[in-house]
Design a protein around this ligand. Structure first.
Ligand code: GCB
Ligand code: CA
Length: 890
């Protein structure tokens, strides 16, 4: 018990004691008058805490909670004796939490990142005011196995990188000297721990907050899977009235039996108590007891929804012999929902299609180790898109995310990281199930959560060789996890997500969960954008009773890649825009869909990926650093009510061309207004219908071009596009245009870090430039020795020559190459000759530089006699290849 003088003050300020005029009996019915509405207004939730509370905060509050994030030291590797109190960690790196050791190597050119052990140590002095309390350490997340030691003694181990865990360290701490907390964290691949394999980086470390929590001897449990210890749901809820059911467990660490009173109050947004329930509970010495309360009816509850995220709070106070010994607070939202396979999602009795997105948590420079403010900012950015739905893929996320979803109004799907493949060990299934229980219990009280997911594309990668009965075992695991969700939480629905190839694979996995999530990439990995809707219709027709939700759809983009002829997998921003415009339209036309979620709200880290930016999955609506892409504005224009008017040229501010006709460039405006006009350099290009994407062909002038979009009902939007007109490079030896660059073998132009545009390739025409012969190739693999991956990944192969009809003069010709196909020497050997100079004789890229290595060579040549520049290729083995050509007139 709280033995210090002054502890009695907790009773004096018992919040609910202040609120409740009448009493409630043990069965949870009010026996006195209704509580005075607004009785608590003006009072903080925890009057004893925070500045101005007057007395020692630790005394006044029955529960003390502070972060233990600062002043840690870190060392990579598994260090002998590092758990011991006296261990000398002075040479270790000072760090603060959240921390990951993979923030940098997740983004390097090298393949792979460090997966193994790291140690953290912290010296923590505890104030004497905590002496008679129970002391807990609560970790919000450490990836992926954590062993915690306090003063050399093991406090506990936690397996799994994405859920919280708490240990009671009361018996290990001391007050006469600083405590040493040592944590060994391991993110090595482990066949028993999901995820085994996935398209995201498994950053190692203590990458979420750590808390010290001190309680009275009698308190709401902290050790039920690190849950809040109190579980709230709404057995009755309608527009007329609602009740809350509040269940929880009280533990008694005293040597005497006790009889506590548990008082739960439902407080509305203004802090007024709208229902109170009180329960008497006997808690044996050294044991625990559970309570189960149902509040009186709350009349005309303010319902929670994405549009009006009305939140209530449930304050649960435990009093022991007249003294408040614990108080916890949990969110509560009154809402109900239904999933209808024919008519889609219903919230609070009304049709409420879910349009949303997925979120991965990492950022450049930080990896997974985000401050709460960054988590909250992400949720704000999802909400600002106009979305009402968020899938937390592919793992349970930070408490700050769940809180922000409740507060801002987003319906959630949260899932455990069983992704791509499973292993058949009993430990794998046990770990998966435990993660599921942790996720559900930790986040049970968040009204935003509606879907519990437990598998993503588990039959995507079938193991080789495939063990006997593998598919049946996957289904059994699905059935086991499914059953466990319902046992834990019958108030929500289950969901799994499958890939295109799994939908009809006969495994039976598709039928286990209540909602089938479809991860579909029509017009990206396969098929075409236009066939997406018809495919959904045929699937729905075959399975009319299965609620379908598009859990993923998306396309990647790179702000350096642009084209007039967008196509799947070119990573142009133009293809990503077309993809979303056309796919989302088809989604909205289909009322039977439960909802949809873009893959992904943000570009995210995936160390194994080799797209146009290595290590990054580029399907975000916003870049990895949270800069919005233009396509983000398409969703805003589609979903937001207030005026949106956006010239979608921010991603493509710099353009270039070398023929007069190249100056005619497409420009899109995203708007939700009915009509929009575009002006270029003060001249109107006419009006177009709005409500989505409006497009113009704009005649650009050399240099700056001021674009302005106007629509009644909105302030105009203006943006300046720069056009590098290179026509005179070919016609005039004295032209100020002295540079010309070609992205050989590609339909897309590439803008390098210096802002130079490498134009899309073309066949030679007299008086101009281009190649004769040859076949374009695009091979995505990281490029070693350069950041210009898109330039090297696209190549022309088997050409005879390039010709540039330039005026006489001397030119620097820079050639760029990479061997993207052959690993071995001798497969591809060719000569490169520029205006008679042999630049490379018998160039063997693989043999000389290795595969995927950037090779660059510059030669200075004369163009004379009006014959321009000719770059000739003569193979002696295989076909010649080239990636880029840059010309500079000297
Ligand atoms: C999927 C996966 C997701 C990947 C995504 C992609 O279907 O569920 O983890 O990141 O595709 O971009 O390929
Ligand atoms: Ca190229």
């Amino acid at each position: 018990m709280i033995a210090r003088p002054g502890a009695g003050r907790a009773a004096a300020i018992g919040l609910l004691a202040l609120l409740v005029g009448g009493g409630a009996d043990g069965a949870g019915r009010m026996t006195g008058g209704a509580p005075e509405p607004g009785a608590a207004s003006g009072r903080g939730m925890e009057p004893g805490r925070g500045p101005g509370a007057g007395d020692d905060a630790a005394d006044a509050s029955p529960r003390v909670r502070f972060t233990v994030n600062d002043g840690w030291r870190f060392a990579a590797g598994d260090l002998e004796g590092a758990a011991a109190t006296e261990f000398d960690d002075s040479a270790w790196t000072p760090v603060s939490l959240p921390h990951t050791w993979n923030a940098e190597d997740a983004l390097t050119e090298a393949v792979g990142y460090r997966r193994g052990t790291g140690w953290y140590r912290k010296h923590l002095a505890l104030d004497a005011s905590l002496r008679n309390r129970r002391i807990f350490l609560r970790f919000e997340g450490a990836n992926q196995v954590a062993d915690v030691f306090v003063n050399g003694r093991p406090a506990g181990r936690h397996v799994g990188g994405y859920t919280a865990f708490a240990f009671d360290v009361t018996d290990d701490v001391r007050f006469d000297a600083p405590n040493v907390i040592a944590v060994r964290v391991d993110n090595a691949h482990d066949e028993d721990i999901p995820p085994l394999n996935a398209d995201f980086t498994f950053y190692g470390g203590i990458y979420r907050d750590v808390w010290l929590i001190a309680t009275s001897a009698v308190h709401v449990t902290l050790l039920d899977h690190a849950s809040p210890g109190v579980f709230i749901d709404t057995p009755e809820v309608s527009e007329a009235h609602a009740t809350a059911r509040i269940r929880g467990t009280i533990v008694n660490h005293e040597r005497r039996d006790t009889r506590v009173t548990v008082t739960s109050g439902v407080l509305d947004g203004s802090g007024a108590a709208v229902a109170v329930v009180r329960t008497a509970l006997a808690v044996p010495a050294g044991g625990s007891a559970s309570f189960h309360q149902v509040t009186p009816r709350v009349a005309a509850p303010r319902l929670w929804s994405p549009d009006e995220p009305n939140l209530y709070r449930v304050v649960t106070e435990v009093s022991d012999r007249g003294r408040i010994v614990d108080r916890v607070e949990n969110p509560l939202g009154f809402r109900w929902f239904r999933v209808d396979p024919e008519r889609g999602f219903f919230l609070n009795g009304r049709s409420h299609p879910l349009y949303g997105t997925n979120r991965h948590q990492d950022r450049p420079g930080l990896g997974s180790a985000l401050p709460d403010a960054a988590h909250r900012e992400d949720v704000a950015l999802v909400k600002a898109t106009g979305f009402n739905f968020l899938r937390l893929a592919h793992y349970p996320q930070d408490a700050a995310v769940l809180e922000a979803m409740d507060r801002r109004g987003l319906i959630g799907w949260e899932e455990i990281p069983v992704v791509n493949i499973i292993s058949l060990s009993p430990a794998f299934a046990d770990n998966a199930e435990r993660m599921l229980v942790e996720m559900i219990r930790q986040h049970y009280n968040h009204p935003s959560i509606v879907f519990w997911g437990y598998m993503n594309e588990v039959l995507l990668r079938k193991p080789t060789p495939m063990p006997d009965g593998y598919i049946a075992r996957v289904r059994q695991l699905a059935e086991r996890l499914e059953a466990r969700v319902w046992a834990e939480d019958s108030t929500r629905v289950t969901a799994i997500a499958v890939s295109f190839d799994e939908i009809d694979d006969g495994s039976g996995v598709q039928d286990v969960a209540r909602v089938l999530g479809l991860n579909l990439y029509f017009g990206w990995y396969y098929r075409t954008i236009e066939t997406f809707g018809p495919y959904l219709d045929s699937l729905h027709a075959r399975h009319p009773t299965r609620p379908l939700l598009i859990s993923e759809y998306g396309a990647g983009s790179d702000e350096r890649i642009h084209t007039l002829e967008p196509g799947a997998f070119d990573f142009s921003t133009e293809h990503q825009q077309r993809f979303h415009e056309a796919t989302f339209r088809q989604i909205r036309e289909r009322a039977y869909l439960t909802g949809s979620a873009v893959w992904n709200q943000f570009d995210f880290g995936s160390k194994g990926r080799h797209d146009s930016k290595p290590n990054i999955n580029q399907k975000g609506l916003l870049y990895f650093d949270r800069r919005p892409k233009d396509v983000w504005q398409y969703y805003r224009a589609s979903l937001r009510e207030e005026p949106v008017l956006h010239i979608a040229a921010r991603d493509w501010p710099r353009r270039a061309g070398s023929r007069p006709e190249d100056a005619r460039q497409p420009v899109t405006v995203y708007t939700n207004l009915p009509e929009v006009e575009l002006l270029a350099n003060g001249t109107s290009l006419g009006r177009q219908p709005g409500r989505g994407a409006a497009r113009w062909t704009v005649p650009l002038q050399p240099g700056a071009n001021r674009l302005e979009a106007r629509a009644p009902g909105s302030a105009p939007d203006a943006f300046t596009v720069t056009y590098d007109d290179r026509a005179t490079f070919f016609t005039d030896a004295g032209s100020p245009v002295t540079v010309m660059a070609v992205n050989a073998g590609s339909h897309y132009q590439y803008t390098d870090a210096a802002g130079l545009v490498w134009e899309a390739d073309r066949p030679f025409t007299p008086g101009g430039w281009g190649h004769t012969g040859g076949e374009p190739q695009l091979r995505h693999h990281r490029i070693f020795g350069s950041d210009d991956d898109p330039l090297y990944q696209s190549q022309l192969e088997g050409m005879e020559q390039y010709r540039f009809a330039v005026p006489d003069g001397s030119y620097e010709v820079q050639l760029r190459f990479a061997e993207m196909e052959h690993a071995a020497a001798g497969q591809r050997v060719f000569d490169v000759v520029v205006n008679g100079h042999v630049v490379f004789g018998a160039l063997d890229l693989a043999g000389r530089y290795g595969r995927h290595a950037a090779v660059e060579r510059t030669v200075v040549v004369e163009a004379a006699g009006g014959s321009g520049l000719t770059i000739g290729f003569t193979p002696s083995a295989g076909r010649a290849t080239i990636s880029g050509i840059l010309l500079r007139r000297m």
